[in-house]
Design a protein around this ligand. Structure first.
Ligand code: ADP
Ligand code: ADP
Ligand code: ZN
Ligand code: ZN
Length: 796
């Protein structure tokens, strides 16, 4: 692999890629204009991400690493640069992808958008201080700094407590019988008991009969008295007297929880702790000095808890008190604007990052970039329309245009047809997925895509209504699940009825409460009532886009159970039987058959000074994961590593005579995943792929019990052509007598539902109500619903 070293001329307005071979790309040559909005399209698995992220972004990042850390050049070489002959004209890149980025648990909307910094500055410079108080530095308003954090809870807002009920779950036991469950086991526990006995406490009376002041001391004292213990004869061994130090159960639990290096011990200690709001700061996380400062009559904690739209209104109404305040308020409002514009005005600054969806997080980052003042860079985005109601897509397009107008290049992997239409330039990868894709079918302005043979996007972009499958009449419900007086997040006393035996779509703008209602309340309620024999639903299955495993040790074959079948076939070969090998020999997760250099991972970790550690193929097995003796065993001509390298499609042909394997392979093919390799690690699968693998695993089981399937935006990451395939499967489940509930923005999907529940009218406190419920046609005719006219358009 060599990289062009020719000086790049900036007169050439194109990024030029030559010979890209990352993943399934087949020596792709493509020219993409700089300073324009380019959308990469194609069916799922065609190679869009391999081109936009795997090649373009990875190459820009590699060049950056080389420029900041030239010493790392050899290591970078070992990891491997993207497989491409040359890329010219590439500006430095900023990636705003959603898949692989999860911020820490201490980050929040405020830290991700940098709005917290500005707000702290406002309080530091322009807040109202109590008489006589000195001005505070802006750090003093941050719970994440020593200067600002409440000393009682270290800025967490809550503290861990123990209680007698937790420490002594069974008060009928004596100390000798183990009343104090929180004590360590074995010798250390006996030691503490012996010390108490020396100190004169009754260790043989039931716990509840001990005097209250003794119980208090035993559990909670901070004293650590040292006494001489004369152990009694234990199993005929004479033990010497020793000096023992007492430690209360409370102290032991807190020490273990905060200091222990062992995760198991920490987890055990956590069982004896509860979380409660910090009494010192009342959960506001700051020192009292900081909480005494106000702006517009409110503390910084109060402003950080407001939805951004309300925060903006407070700032707009604040009396202009001096030049510093005016400038800071203007800056804050300027930063809040794009966030609200992208449909996220319902979020508050103190909302923690782990509670946000991937789409919300990406849009927050996008809004933040608008104010960064960066120009001359390329932004690479992964489906920014995910989670966005059609009513908000206009705003997204406006934001992308502004990034471009500021002098940047914008690359977007996207399926939403409104975004595709809006592009200056379109790169279609295809024609199909995996080894049937990987070519650039078209690179040019959207309008000229029309004549391109084999383009899946052209069919959907230009065909309009004709391409729709005929609408079937809506189905009638066989019953319903009722939720009454639901109170959660922004839902206030909502009553909802979910019909059974039909396909239901839940709609509404971002933040209206869809995920709360479906993913939390409905799922929990059904989960609880399922054991009741009178309840119509027998099983609940949530099919989400979470990975099917967090390590490369799980893959398609292990998840679906196919690998068990495959390993049985290998143990039945004459070679394996001769050697007496069982199924474990063919697992890469246990010693025996696997390669020990990489312990069956196929990869080894490479540590780079100052840079995130990364992976390189195992030098011993070159990624095969097994040792050579294991690889000598062949079933029908292939060894186990070669079988894991088969695509689902080729495996279906290879295992055609093995019913147990053929069934699950067919289910995977039917759902459009024929292009995946059996051994493809869970960590390399997209959310959409993970979701369809779960669905296929479900479909191959063919259950009769009435099952409720719950899916949150199942079309994320799917091309309209893939959506058709998915819908056929979901409607198939309904035909088989089950119920399906989806949270969905794609109006084609909603138009094909039997029942629609529309939440809103807005997000956050402006939402949380059911605006309309009925058949798609009924909801499309409802006034006051922001979904209605988009749905009407889709109904045609
Ligand atoms: P798209 O973005 O169009 O959905 P991708 O570029 O993600 O497609 O995938 C193209 C092909 O490359 C697929 O066959 C996919 O399974 C494969 N692939 C994706 N990521 C990896 C990876 N990290 N390693 C190996 N193959 C991969
Ligand atoms: P949707 O799914 O329609 O986008 P959500 O159900 O995610 O909406 O959110 C509805 C409201 O509940 C929003 O105001 C959101 O900020 C709030 N919310 C959602 N999840 C949480 C959470 N984990 N903690 C606090 N508030 C939340
Ligand atoms: Zn506190
Ligand atoms: Zn190895």
């Amino acid at each position: 692999m060599h990289h062009s070293t020719a000086p790049e001329t900036h007169h050439d307005p194109f990024v030029r890629v030559r010979g890209a071979r990352e993943h399934n790309l087949r020596g792709v040559d493509v020219d993409i204009p700089r300073d324009a909005l380019t959308v990469f399209t194609g069916v799922s698995g065609s190679g869009k991400s391999s081109l936009a992220f795997g090649t373009l972004y990875a190459e820009a990042q590699r060049r950056y690493f080389e420029s900041v850390a030239p010493y790392a050049r050899r290591l970078i070489h070992q990891i491997g640069a993207p497989k491409v002959d040359s890329v010219t004209g590439l500006p430095p890149a900023v990636s705003l992808e959603q898949r692989r980025s999860s911020p820490g648990s201490r980050s929040s909307v405020g830290t991700v958008t940098l709005l917290s910094n500005s707000l702290r500055m406002l309080y530091s410079r322009a807040g109202s201080y109590p008489p006589g108080a000195g001005r505070l530095d802006s750090d003093a308003f941050s719970p994440n700094t020593a200067a600002g954090a409440c000393p009682s809870c270290h800025g967490l807002g809550s503290i861990h407590r123990t209680s007698e009920e937790l420490l002594v779950p069974d008060q009928g036991l004596s100390i000798r019988q183990g009343a104090i469950a929180a004590w360590p086991g074995a010798w250390q526990g006996k030691n503490l008991r012996d010390i108490l006995e020396v100190l004169g406490y009754d260790v043989d009376a039931p716990w509840r009969e001990l005097p209250a002041k003794d119980r208090e001391w035993i559990l909670f004292t901070e004293e650590q008295p040292v006494v001489t213990v004369h152990p009694v004869r234990d199993a005929d061994r004479i033990q010497r007297p020793y000096q023992g130090t007492y430690m209360s159960a409370h102290r032991h639990v807190m020490r273990t929880f905060s200091d222990s290096k062992s995760a198991t011990l920490r987890a055990r200690a956590e069982r004896f702790l509860t979380d409660s709001p910090c009494p010192a700061c009342e959960g506001r996380r700051l020192r009292p000095e900081a909480l005494a400062v106000t702006f517009a009559g409110r503390t910084i904690a109060e402003l950080a808890a407001l939805p951004l739209t309300a925060l903006d209104a407070v700032l707009a109404g604040a009396p202009p008190d001096g030049e510093a305040a005016r400038v800071l308020v203007e800056d804050l409002r300027g930063r809040i604007g794009p966030v609200v514009e992208l449909g996220l005005g319902y979020l508050s600054l103190d909302r923690t990052a782990p509670t946000l969806s991937a789409g919300e997080l990406q849009r927050l980052r996008l809004a933040t970039q608008l104010r960064s003042g960066l120009f001359g860079v390329v932004y690479v985005l992964d489906e920014p329309s995910a989670g966005l109601h059609p009513a908000d897509t206009e705003a997204l397009l406006g934001v992308l245009d502004r990034l471009k107008a500021a002098g940047n290049t914008v690359f977007v992997v996207e399926h939403h047809l409104d975004v595709v239409r809006h592009a200056d330039w379109l790169v279609e990868v295809g024609p199909l997925a995996g080894e049937h894709g990987g070519r650039v079918l078209y690179s040019g302005p959207p309008r000229r895509l029309a004549g391109v043979a084999g383009s899946a996007t052209a069919r959907h972009l230009f065909a309009g209504r004709e391409a729709d499958p005929g609408r079937r009449p809506v189905r009638t419900a066989s019953g319903s699940v009722r939720l009454t007086a639901v109170e959660r997040h922004n839902l206030r006393g909502v009553d909802a009825a979910f019909p059974l035996g039909v396909f239901t779509a839940v709609t509404g703008v971002s933040g209206s409460g869809k995920s709360t209602l479906v993913g939390q309340v409905l799922a929990r309620e059904v989960g609880e009532r399922i054991a009741d024999p009178g309840f119509p639903v027998r099983r609940l299955v949530e099919v989400d886009q979470k990975p099917i495993g967090r390590t490369p040790r799980s893959n398609l074959a292990t998840y679906t159970g196919l690998f068990d079948v495959v390993r049985k076939l290998f143990t039945a070969t004459p070679q394996a039987r001769e050697r007496g090998w069982k199924a474990g020999r063919f697992s890469f997760n246990v010693p025996g058959g696997r390669c020990e250099t990489c312990q069956g991972e196929g990869f080894v970790s490479v540590e780079l000074l100052f840079l995130p550690s990364t992976y390189a193929p195992c030098p011993e097995c070159a990624g095969a994961r097994y040792n050579t003796e294991t690889l000598d065993v062949r079933y029908d001509g292939l060894n186990i590593a070669e079988v894991l390298g088969l695509t689902v499609e080729s495996a279906a042909a290879f295992f055609a005579g093995v019913p147990a394997a053929a069934r699950s392979l067919r289910a995977l093919e039917d759902i459009g995943l024929g292009y995946l390799r059996l051994g493809q690690p869970a960590t390399e699968l997209s959310g959409g792929e993970a979701q369809r693998i779960k669905l296929a695993t479900e479909l191959q089981r063919q259950r009769r019990d009435h099952t409720l399937y719950v899916l949150d935006e199942p079309t994320t990451g799917l091309h309209p052509a893939d959506v058709r395939v998915l819908l056929r499967q979901l409607h198939g489940l309904v035909e088989a007598g089950h119920s399906v509930v989806v949270v969905e923005h794609d109006m084609e999907v909603v138009a094909g539902a039997d029942w629609v529940i529309d939440l809103g009218p807005g997000g956050g406190t402006d939402g949380g109500r059911i605006v309309a419920a009925g058949t798609p046609a009924e909801v499309a005719a409802t006034g006051g619903s922001r979904t209605a006219h988009h749905l009407a358009r889709a109904l045609g």
